[in-house]
Design a binder for this molecule. Structure first.
Ligand SMILES: [Fe+2]
Ligand SMILES: [Fe+2]
Length: 242
């Protein structure tokens, strides 16, 4: 009898956990749809438009996107410095380790394979930051300010949102790179990010934040999504005007 009650309690508890997970999944599905819908309206993610880009427009994209993706290590650094325990710190270390690529080329090197396919050498950008333009600096800075202004669950939710964008953005970016006529190794950078499982690695802890305070998750995803769309829109319009 006693054990039945216990079993019942466990079942009820599991159900609640499932409910949380389900409501979070519903939220994520609608967030994805809204975000994807907004990217579809941008010239930047319309391959029939980007296939017509001039060499100057392609170079502008290659150099600016380097800084849009390439300052994420500061985000990870801030997260790691604030992570409450070793397990979470290790998750962040794993993300950095992956950037270095193990026995394979680092993501930085893979990006340079893409630019080489466009006959560009942009290896000076890391030091000169010549194309770390004001709107990109602002984009990068706002991420760090968000981390500074939010508690650990809020920080984690923002990290999770950013990782979720990997799979959406890189599907669009892969189409963009292909439209430039890039093939083979030049696309590897985009292919591996498109397939990244980074969001899944954040999921378990995201459910915990959702249980604690759904608003925190909604606010963080709202910020990351609109902030990213804003940046893509400026980039798209700026390239179009060149
Ligand atoms: Fe990467
Ligand atoms: Fe990622």
């Amino acid at each position: 009898m006693h054990s039945n009650i216990e079993e019942g309690a466990v079942t009820a508890c599991d159900k609640t956990q499932d409910d949380y997970s389900q409501s979070l999944r519903d939220f994520l599905t609608s967030w994805d749809l809204e975000y994807k819908g907004k990217t579809k309206k941008l010239d930047l993610f319309n391959p029939s438009i980007t296939a017509q880009y001039t060499d100057d427009q392609k170079e502008y994209f290659a150099r600016t996107f380097y800084h849009i993706r390439g300052h994420f290590y500061k985000f990870l650094w801030m997260l790691g410095n604030n992570a409450p325990n070793k397990e979470l710190k290790n998750q962040i270390l794993y993300n950095i380790e992956e950037e270095f690529g193990g026995d394979s080329p680092s993501h930085e090197e893979l990006y340079f394979e893409f630019t080489k396919a466009l006959k560009l050498d942009i290896t000076d950008e890391f030091l000169t930051e010549k194309n770390h333009l004001p709107f990109i600096k602002e984009f990068n800075l706002k991420h760090l300010e968000w981390l500074k202004d939010n508690d650990w669950p809020g920080k984690w939710a923002a990290f999770s949102a950013y990782e979720r964008l990997d799979n959406i953005d890189y599907a669009n970016l892969l189409g963009l790179a292909r439209s430039f006529g890039v093939t083979g190794h030049g696309l590897t950078f985009y292919i591996i990010h498109n397939k990244a499982d980074h969001f899944d690695r954040t999921y378990q802890n995201l459910v915990e934040v959702w249980k604690l305070d759904q608003y925190k998750v909604k606010e963080a995803f709202g910020f990351i999504g609109s902030h990213q769309i804003n940046m893509w829109k400026i980039l798209s319009d700026t390239i179009q005007k060149r």
